[in-house]
Design a protein around this ligand. Sequence first.
Ligand code: ZN
Length: 147
Amino acid sequence: MNCPKCKKSDTRVVDSRSTQENTAIRRRRECLECHYRFTTYEYVESEAMMVIKTDNKREAFNRDKILKSMVVACNKRPITLDALNAQVDKIIQDINDLGQPEISSKKIGEIVMDHLANLDQVAYVRFASVYRQFRDVDAFRAELDRI
Ligand SMILES: [Zn+2]
C-alpha cells in the first residue's frame, strides 16, 4: 500500500477495527517515510453482477437500490437503518450463493420478500403487494416514491 503523499510503500497499521455493521475493516496507516496518516477499508469483494430487468435490459447490480426499496417499505416501522443494512448484507449473501453472473430483478424481489417476512410483517405486506404487481424493483420503488 503506497503512501498517498510520498508514494513510498513502507507503511504500518496503527489501528484496525471493524465498522459498525461488521461488514468492513477500517485501518489507520502511517507512512514510515513521511509519517503521513491515512485510512484504508477492507471489504469482501462482491462479484460484478448484472440484473436482468423485466424488459430484458441489463444493468449493473446496485446495493443501494435494494436498501432504498426496503427503507421505503419500512417507513414508520420500528426498524433501524443498521438493521436494514444488515438485512441487505444477508440478501446479497443469498444472491452471491446462487453463483450466477446475472440475476433477474424478479428473483431479487423474491429474496427481498423472504427477508422482509422475517423482519417485519407490515413492511413485508407493503413490499409484496406493490412488488407482485410490478415484478420489478425499479418500478416498485418508483411507485412507492410516488405515494
Ligand atoms: Zn509518505
